[in-house]
Design a protein around this ligand. Structure first.
Ligand code: MG
Length: 160
C-alpha cells in the first residue's frame, strides 16, 4: 500500500488557541509546560493508529524552536514512531503560500511527488486554494469535523 503523508501544523490544531489577547512567544523555557490538547491529540492519534500507511511530517513553526525528538515526545509512543520528519524551512523569501512551498520541497527532497498527502493547518492562506488542506478553527483545534475529513483522506486518496 502506498504511503500517505500528513503535513501537520500544531498551533491551532493540536494546541488550541484559547487566549487570543495574549501574544505567545515560544521558546525552550516553555517546553515543559507545552502539551497537546488531550481531546484534539486523541482524536488525531486514533485515526492515524488505524491506518498503518499514514506518516506524519511536522510543518509547524515548532520545528524551528524544538528538535524533532522533542516534538515527537509530545505524541504517544506508537504515533511518535510515525513522525518521519519535518518540512525544510525556506531560506529565501517566498511571496506567498510559504508553508505549501515547504511541503513541496519536502516531497521533492524525499522523492514523494506521487504520494498522496494532505496538510492540516489552521491558516488556509498558507496554501493555494487548490491544495489539499484540512483547515481547523484555531480555537477548536482538531475537532470532530476535521477528524472526519482526515478519516476520509486516510480511506481514499483525497480530500472532501
Ligand atoms: Mg497554526
Amino acid at each position: 500500500m502506498q504511503d500517505k503523508y500528513i503535513f501537520l501544523d500544531i498551533d491551532g490544531v493540536l494546541v488550541k488557541e484559547d487566549r487570543p489577547e495574549e501574544e505567545i512567544d515560544l521558546d525552550a523555557d516553555d517546553l515543559q509546560t507545552l502539551k497537546f490538547d488531550t481531546q484534539c491529540a486523541n482524536r488525531f492519534e486514533t485515526i492515524v493508529r488505524k491506518y498503518k500507511n499514514v506518516k506524519i511530517v511536522i510543518s509547524s513553526s515548532w520545528r524551528e524552536i524544538f528538535t524533532l525528538n522533542t516534538i515527537k515526545s509530545k505524541f504517544s509512543d506508537d504515533i511518535a514512531a510515525r513522525v518521519v520528519g519535518a518540512t525544510p524551512t525556506k531560506s529565501y523569501d517566498v511571496d506567498k503560500y510559504y508553508r505549501y512551498q515547504e511541503v513541496l520541497d519536502y516531497l521533492r527532497q524525499h522523492g514523494l511527488e506521487e504520494n498522496p498527502w494532505v496538510a492540516i493547518d489552521d491558516i488556509a492562506e498558507h496554501f493555494p486554494p487548490s491544495a489539499p488542506v484540512i483547515v481547523t478553527d484555531p480555537f477548536e483545534g482538531f475537532d470532530e469535523i476535521t477528524a472526519l475529513e482526515l478519516e476520509y483522506f486516510c480511506l481514499t486518496t483525497g480530500k472532501f
